[in-house]
Design a protein around this ligand. Structure first.
Ligand SMILES: Cc1ncc(COP(=O)(O)O)c(C=O)c1O
Length: 428
């Protein structure tokens, strides 16, 4: 055993760190580059997780690292609320231009996705003067109190942590594969307005354009358009949570673009800053300005280092055409998965826009029989063979693909070959 083995670190982790933070794979990482990681024992892993959708530009992208180094030489923190700095403004201007729709936008920076969601709701309430928020079953919006209230999955996110903030309601998320149609969700919304809260008391509807943790179920463009109409009819704000979908994962800079709608507010985080903690709330100017000075912010919110990283990420997105790369990566992954699916009837569906690909694992090809045990075994077998795979889904039976969009084709193919071998082993 080497001086620092994974086993030794695991023992120390178990003694020193709370069990409430789960860990997928006890591989303690020493270094990483683009779509590869190496652990303390020198074992190499292909990364199909990107630290949960954070590294669309890959680990340690040279441009991102150079921008961060440059910023570090200058200063690392002032707190924007004390003495501001140009990077925050430049990044806000670029996001205001990128987020879809013609209405002038403004931006607020924070550090985590959950914080962005919290602040989106604060702003929506301040603007509308209304309390209610509608979210979706299976949705995930973070681990803070409002994040948990909005999240539509009890185990493991909410169990034991209540009570949660009130006036939050959940609708079924329309996913054909789960037998939930768009029409039935719109009917449920009408029923909610009739039974639980009148539309005039609803501040916002928050939706992930493709559910992330919930199972990579895309909302149809027609559904987002219908929500837009309902919101306009009742003066409700539409909040698109693009924390997992944003920055080219779906083959568009934002997944909302597939529907052509303009959201009132968008929440962003994860791949925004290529591995540095940064989140943003971007929205229509008059809405975003509803909160009075001092009501928003945070000590580390919009850290100059993270802003520098994000500015470099936006350059990389353009220079390396990451939307096109996402489309190509998604096609490659789907092609391989369809071939693998011819060998095994456990793959119930392969779906997802761009490189936000998911594979549903079921028994006997039956959508009604999810196979969470097989999913768990597959993730473990892949880990043993040096492939980091993530699962998700309300039924815990979905494998999601989140490789860096900068991953070379040969590496993706190597990873997919490991996936096939791992599936054989998991089924044996
Ligand atoms: C759609 C969505 N919203 C919010 C969050 C919360 O982000 P964070 O973990 O940075 O607080 C996540 C994280 O997975 C997410 O996928």
């Amino acid at each position: 055993m080497s001086q620092s083995s994974n086993q030794q670190w695991q023992a120390r982790r178990e003694a020193a760190v709370v069990q409430g933070v789960g860990t997928l794979l006890p591989a303690f990482i020493e270094r990483a580059s683009n779509a590869e990681l190496w652990d303390v024992e020198g074992k190499r892993y292909i990364d199909f997780a990107s630290g949960i959708a954070v590294l669309n530009t890959g680990h340690n992208h040279p441009k991102v690292i150079a921008a961060v180094r440059d910023q570090l030489e200058k200063f690392s923190h002032t707190c924007f609320q004390v003495t501001p700095y140009p990077g925050y403004i430049e990044l806000a201007e670029r996001l205001n231009a990128l987020v879809p729709g013609p209405t002038p936008k403004r931006t607020l920076f924070l550090s985590t996705g959950a914080e962005a969601v919290e602040n989106a709701i604060k702003i929506a309430r301040a603007h509308t003067g209304r309390p209610g928020v509608i979210a979706f079953k299976g949705g995930f919006h973070g681990r803070t109190m409002m994040g948990m209230a909005l999240t539509g999955k009890v185990v493991p996110y909410k169990v034991g942590f209540g009570p949660f903030p009130g006036e939050v309601y959940h609708l079924p998320f329309p996913a054909d594969y789960l037998g939930v149609s768009e029409e039935s969700t719109l009917t449920a919304l009408e029923a909610l307005f009739a039974a639980d809260i009148e539309p005039a008391r609803v501040a916002a509807i928050i939706i992930e354009p493709v559910q992330g943790e919930g199972g990579f179920y895309p909302a149809a463009p027609s559904f987002l358009q219908a929500l837009r109409r309902v919101c306009d009819q009742h003066g409700i704000l539409l909040v698109c949570d693009e924390i997992q979908t944003g920055f080219c994962r779906t083959g568009k800079t934002f997944a909302t673009e597939y529907s052509g709608i303009e959201p009132d507010i968008m929440t962003l985080a994860k791949s925004l800053a290529g591995g540095f903690p940064l989140s943003a709330v971007v929205g229509k100017s008059d809405i975003m300005n509803a909160a009075k000075p001092g009501g928003l912010g945070g000590t580390y919110a919009g850290s100059p280092i993270a802003c520098a990283a994000a500015l470099a990420v936006l350059d990389v997105i353009e220079e390396e055409q990451l939307n096109q790369k996402a489309q190509a990566q998604g096609e490659l992954i789907k092609r391989h998965l369809h071939r693998i699916a011819e060998r095994f009837d456990c793959i119930g569906q392969i779906r997802g826009p761009g490189a936000m690909v998911a594979m549903e694992l079921v028994k006997n090809g039956d959508a009604g029989q999810p196979d969470p045990d097989l999913t768990k075994r597959l993730v473990a077998e892949a880990g043993k063979r040096g492939l980091i795979l993530l699962s998700c889904g309300v039924r815990a039976n979905v494998i999601r693909f989140l490789a860096p969009l900068t991953a070379p084709v040969a590496l993706l193919e190597e990873g997919l070959a490991i996936l096939e071998k791992s599936l054989e082993a998991a089924l044996a």
